[in-house]
Design a protein around this ligand. Sequence first.
Ligand code: G4P
Length: 527
Amino acid sequence: MASLTTEINRRRTFAIISHPDAGKTTLTEKLLLFGGAIHVAGAVKSNKIKKTATSDWMEIEKQRGISVATSVMGFNYGDYKINILDTPGHQDFAEDTYRTLTAVDSVIIVVDVAKGVEQQTRKLMEVCRMRNTPVIIFVNKLDREGKDPFDILDELESELKIKVRPLSWPINIGARFKGVYNIYEHGLDLFTPDKQKVTERVEIKDINDPAIDAAVGNADAAKLREDLELIEGVYPEFNELDYLDAKVAPVFFGSALNTFGVKELLDCFVRIAPCPRPTVAEERTVEPGENGFSGFVFKIHANMDPNHRSCIAFVKVCSGVFRRNANYKHIRLGKLMKFSAPTAFMAQRKDVVDEAYPGDIVGLPDNGGTFKIGDTLTEGEELHFKGLPSFSPEMFKYIENTDPMKTKQLNKGIEQLMDEGVAQLFINQFNGRKIIGTVGQLQFEVIQYRLLHEYGAQCRWEPIHLYKACWIESDDKAALEAFKKRKHQFMAIDKEGRDVFLADSGYVLQMAQSDFPKIRFHFTSEF
Ligand code: G4P
């Protein structure tokens, strides 16, 4: 058996994030092609809900089914074992996306060269920043007209709030796009638009090599030399440790659709991206190389079949070796369990596995609501992994029962969907009404649909005007009570019973913060 250290060192577990349409699905597919996990382009079904389908619920259900298969894509590339964790890619993104980022060791961000940094990328980057996740940026669609590469670099720095360092550089863009100079490896890759074939490389000694002039012409060669000189003058030399500390993001340019610049990205990625990192538990920091197995549930996927409440819990292995049929402790339930049919995700198949290593994701079938997001499994040690925050939702509605005969089903449905992490539930302490908070409009419709189809319960939504929900705490008990009393109409509890303040405007929140200096306001549930 390979040693645990070898297995850890060869693993790269990451997510690709982008604003919809920047090219995440295309890039993922090309990475799978290089890994030999698929053989033709077009084999990866995008799990995004097509732009037009916001009211087509069958489509959502279908997509949910597909996304089990593409949730985790594992493949071997050279000596490396790569695990790509997919993040739901539709316009209205869900908490799922945020949470997946807690299970990765690094991230590749895809940016469209014409559109630059868009809203979702900005938000997802905030999560990466909170967690100090190393990021590599791929500027995509260089075969189309777009912004000037220097402007893109400035935009990345200011919008994503991270220093950048180009490791490749484009020669022209759009119709005149000729290729990319690989700064990291000092090579010149010429662009041949071809959706299947891999890039042609021109061997060169250095930037002054006349082979560059021969390949791209004197004028473009001169411009490239000028650009590179400017880059060397403006950007400090690339330092891997700064990347691993999430202080600098290397930037690559290319065209995913044309498989251009993708191999350069992948080769550099496997070399510099981190292998599984230590995971922080409430009790202590757990090193991946420890002998005892530990892992946590970061995602729960309910089955499509409404007649069986079967789920798959996705567990990220944090330390040791996960083994089939071994006894593990479910810490929250305080119960020993063993799993006879854990699945691993290789390419797009789901296979039963005997062993999994840190960085790997195992799928555990669950028929009885055994797992919740954030649950920890160990060989016995009491550990509670941190890093699964709930984010302050941005959209709120009261949920009302429209079929009094089905109250029980509705309550059960709400509870299970919340455990699955679909949205957040708050109970208003003033009127006892249930409020559902989401990060996207679509989730309300998904919840209503799933309550009906999976639980036979009917609900309707009622508007509530809220700006933000934030968790509050204070070391001063009296101050906390005074706040709750003053704001009693706007106080709620979340599903763990924690105090939540429902601010109805940004101004009210600001005033509350300045009027009650002893209260701490949190915008994620992890503090
Ligand atoms: P997403 O997962 O980030 O949402 O993006 P996706 O890969 O689906 O790409 C969005 C669109 O951009 C797709 O076109 C895709 O073909 C195109 N695209 C991706 N990479 C490149 C590139 O390097 N150059 C160019 N010119 N286009 C690129 P679509 O028409 O929306 O979808 P499809 O019908 O082609 O699948």
